[in-house]
Ligand binder design. Structure first.
Ligand code: ATP
Ligand code: MG
Length: 417
């Protein structure tokens, strides 16, 4: 038996209905705020991610599916959506559009990861990007929209962590300061943290041993080192979120796996998820478009994992399908009967009814059983181009009528119920 590759999954019809629900909420919530849908290719030039996500990130270092296109060029299955959207923005000269350009997507992404619950090699993200607006209202609005989407889906136990990264220059200075601080307290740190001081000093904030934790309480925080206009921007974002009633925790240690972020950074987690608790997050990327060869343009966006939203949301009762009419050919060996039945089903759908044609050549008896299973309101048994019987599956009544009268009769009946 050939199976789906490790880390991938099939979307079977019951799951498809829940995904439709998410798609509907995203289209409604983002559409009302003026965001328009965008779709980019499933693969891109590898260089786009190397430059756009950052050579040093986990994604680029070890999670990309890259391949040769046969002509010596390296392509990569997209691991994230922001770099491709910015590439499209530049390629299509969207800077000529009245700013800001507000876009959203629901697409699949690919990362070579260890598959677990909530972590796959092909997964879906709903994402939103605003390009060409640098004010703090943009940041707050985007965060509020994601909060609304998660709420509409009924995602349980959400928490929002918020930080500001300032500029890359501030970060370089801060990193030097933190490294020097850690060196000065080296003897109190755990072995592990000590070994990583130069490689990744920020990791020290995540350490669990008492010694390191004591040192980190008094450590300098990036949030306290922001340049005045970055600090002002962040204070306004916070005031807007407070006013909107969106709760958040300040997390000076928040780091995300993409290199291009500046200023606001945020992540929603859900307590309803296990180890893979990240539901969605994003941040500002005011340097990214320039880094990809465009003019310097402000940008901010988020992406949320579809699978994790569905894992953290309650199973909602999915509306059962309505079947108004099942059309059965009374004589399966007769071509005129087949033509007449086919025509009744087609005309019924054109008249707005949910109408199915019996396709398997079941006996009349088992076709009626099948109609019950489908929950069909009526069954039409077509005898020829002129004559049919119509059975009301609720009352059990059956009447003889002309083929042409079937649809008006069903329309009348289904309007009554
Ligand atoms: P994680 O810390 O879980 O690896 P991440 O920081 O790599 O997440 P992002 O790149 O910010 O995640 O992607 C945004 C969202 O996409 C995540 O919050 C998560 O919901 C989802 N996501 C990321 N990677 C996967 C994956 N391999 N499978 C399923 N969902 C994923
Ligand atoms: Mg990851």
């Amino acid at each position: 038996m050939i199976q789906a590759p490790k880390g991938t999954y099939d979307v079977l019809p019951p799951d498809a209905a829940r995904r439709e629900l998410l798609l509907g909420h995203a289209a409604r919530i983002l559409g009302a705020a003026g965001y328009e849908r965008i779709e980019t290719p499933a693969f891109e030039a590898t260089e786009l991610f190397a430059r756009g996500v950052g050579e040093a990130t986990d994604i680029v270092q070890k999670e990309m599916y890259s391949f040769d296109d046969g002509g010596g060029r390296s392509l990569t299955l997209r691991p994230e959506g922001t770099a491709p959207v910015c590439r499209a923005y530049i390629e299509h000269g969207m800077h000529k559009l009245p700013p800001p350009v507000k876009l959203w997507y629901l697409s699949s992404f690919f990362r070579a990861e260890n598959p677990q619950k909530g972590r796959y090699r092909q997964f879906w993200q709903v994402g939103a990007e605003v390009i060409g607006a640098d004010g703090p209202e943009t940041d707050a609005e985007l965060i509020v929209l994601l909060a609304e989407l998660l709420e509409a889906m009924g995602v349980k136990g959400t928490r929002l962590r918020l930080a500001s990264l300032g500029t890359p220059e501030t970060r370089v200075e801060y990193r030097q300061e933190l490294t020097a601080y850690l060196r000065a307290h080296e003897s109190e740190l755990s072995e592990e943290v000590r070994a990583r001081i130069d490689l990744n000093p920020m990791r020290a904030f995540d350490a669990s041993d008492a010694g390191t934790r004591r040192v980190m309480e008094a450590a300098p925080k990036l949030l306290e080192r922001l340049a005045p206009d970055d600090a002002e921007h962040f204070a306004t974002v916070r005031a807007l979120l407070d006013a909107a009633g969106v709760a958040y925790e300040l997390d000076p240690t928040l780091v995300r796996g993409l290199d291009y972020y500046t200023r606001t950074l945020f992540e929603f987690t859900s307590d309803a998820l296990g180890a893979q608790s990240g539901v969605g997050g994003g941040g500002r990327y005011d340097r990214l478009i320039e880094q990809l060869g465009g003019q310097r343009t402000a940008g901010i966006g988020w992406a949320a994992g579809l699978e994790r939203i569905l894992l953290a949301a309650p199973e909602q009762p999915v509306m059962s399908r309505v079947v108004d009419l099942l059309v059965v050919g009374g004589d399966r060996d007769s071509r005129p009967v087949a033509l007449a039945a086919f025509e009744v089903a087609r005309e019924a759908r054109r008249a707005g009814l949910a109408a199915q044609l019996e396709l398997t050549g079941r006996s009349l008896k088992s076709a009626l059983k099948h109609a019950d299973r489908l929950g069909a309101r009526y069954v039409a048994i077509v005898h020829d181009g002129e004559h049919a019987s119509l059975k009301d599956m609720e009352s059990g009544e059956q009447k003889e009528l002309t083929t042409a009268a079937v649809i008006p009769e069903v329309l009348r009946g289904s309007r009554l119920t």
